[in-house]
Design a protein around this ligand. Structure first.
Ligand code: FAD
Ligand code: UDP
Length: 390
């Protein structure tokens, strides 16, 4: 068969003529796609084509130097944290790390106070001098105890009461999601803990670190294999009928894959306003949250996060949007019901693996996506090894 006709063989037929074409076509070069590309090539020796419609690898974790020479995260601040030694060890094959513990202040009632709410937050805000033990009692006295935690409002008022809820969560959440916390699953605000000690770190995970030379460099290392071909600026639909492959890994939005046949799944978007400021430091910590003022939710300053030294500094303002690139699945029961219809369709397809934050409609952090992809790899590996020995 001549080369031309094999190239135009319908990919949907899954027919890969002896040795040509790809074993796996991966849609999306973010964490989900890159982990699978790396594993399939390095462990199974597969030939992998990874396509992304953006002009770069890394998905939302992509980083780059801006025009001023400051390392920024174009899609918002990305801080790596995990409790999993396996996930940390896996990624450590591709990068060295710079230890970094993220700190966040919230601008509330004209003051900058630690977020998550801790002992210092409460003492500063209410002019108190509570000890940790007294704060526990104080929280008991202000909490609105709920028999059942049904949503993102219940989680917070149950723990810290109405006033702190209004000051820190109600406005921020309404801005971020255009929904009241009572309309969102409990899991959304439950991401943010409350502490009665003075620990002011945003995350409490065992491993908290940034890739020493950035995320993009780490992704380059993951994809550095002669069997992995990377195709950028390409929507997979442009090439899916042209390039033969056996199996597909899909990491884009699941509703788009099925042409929205069960309706559109809401994904919340953001507009990022990047600003370089001609001074060494802009704000005291990596992120300042603005729960009640302004149209943006937070400002992050990259040099805190990356450790870069530079005479100027670059910050990003996040403006929540209904339209735009899909960044956040919206966790609430009606969306879970729509997702379930797509998930059932996805599970019925044995030649496509759906993985990642958009394809499985899960509000996952980077480490969770890595864990999910490693688990998906094991399933594919079992299937491929069974086929090989059959
Ligand atoms: P993505 O990174 O979204 O990659 C999917 C890729 O698929 C994209 O590059 C997209 O262009 C491509 N694609 C989609 N459709 C097509 C198509 N039709 N054809 C070709 N390509 C396609 N996590 C943390 O752990 N810590 C943080 O601090 C953190 N901060 C975040 C801040 C923001 C503002 C956001 C939005 C997310 C943050 N996350 C953070 C979450 C993190 O971004 C995700 O967990 C992770 O990037 C998900 O990886 P993924 O591969 O599933 O998806
Ligand atoms: N949240 C809030 N106030 C804050 C920080 C967070 O109300 O100061 C709520 C809000 O609903 C947010 C969710 O908690 O979307 C999760 O916060 P996180 O910082 O984990 O959001 P992400 O970094 O994923 O955007």
């Amino acid at each position: 068969m001549d080369k031309g006709s094999s190239v135009f063989r319908s990919a949907a037929s899954n027919a890969v003529p002896g040795g040509s074409g790809f074993d796996t076509l991966i849609v999306g070069a973010g964490f989900a796609g890159a982990v699978l590309a790396e594993r399939l090539a390095n462990v199974l020796g597969q030939r992998v084509l990874i396509v992304d419609k953006r002009p770069h690898i890394g998905g939302n974790a992509f980083d780059k130097y801006d025009d001023h020479g400051v390392l920024i995260h174009p899609y918002g601040p990305h801080i790596f944290h995990t409790n999993s030694a396996d996930i940390f060890d896996y990624l450590s094959q591709f990068t060295q790390w710079r230890p970094y513990q993220h700190r966040v202040l919230a601008s509330v009632d004209g003051q900058m106070v630690p977020m998550p709410i801790n002992l210092d937050t409460v003492n500063k805000l209410y002019g108190l001098e509570l000890t940790s033990f007294q704060m526990e009692e104080w929280l008991e006295s202000v909490a609105e105890k709920k028999e059942v935690i049904r949503n993102s409002e219940d989680v917070i008022v149950n723990k810290v009461g109405r006033d702190l809820y209004n000051k820190f969560f109600r406005g921020y959440t309404r801005k971020q999601w255009a929904l009241d916390p009572s309309e969102l699953d409990a899991s959304v605000t439950a991401r943010v803990p409350t502490r009665t000690n003075r620990d002011d770190r945003y995350f409490a995970d065992t491993y908290q670190a940034m890739p020493l030379h950035g995320y993009t460099r780490m992704f380059e290392q993951m994809l550095k294999h002669p069997n992995i071909k990377v195709m950028l600026n390409t929507d997979y639909r442009e090439i899916v009928e042209l390039i033969p492959y056996r199996h597909m890994v899909y990491t884009g939005p699941i509703d788009a894959f099925f042409n929205f046949k069960h309706g559109k799944l809401p994904y919340r978007s953001l507009e990022f306003q990047h600003v370089n400021v001609p001074q060494e430091q802009f704000q005291p910590v990596g992120t300042v949250n603005y729960p009640n003022d302004y149209a943006y939710t937070r400002i992050s300053e990259f040099k805190h996060i990356t450790g870069q030294k530079h005479p100027t500094t670059s910050v990003v303002y996040e403006y929540p949007r209904a339209e735009g690139d899909p960044y956040y699945p919206v966790p609430r029961p009606e969306n879970a019901a729509i997702y379930k219809l797509y998930e059932d369709e996805a599970e019925a397809m044995d030649n496509v693996t759906f993985v990642g934050r958009l394809a499985t409609y899960k509000y996952y952090n980077m480490d969770q996506v890595v864990g999910q992809s490693l688990a998906a790899f094991k399933r594919i590996q079992r299937r491929v090894e069974a086929e090989r020995s059959a």
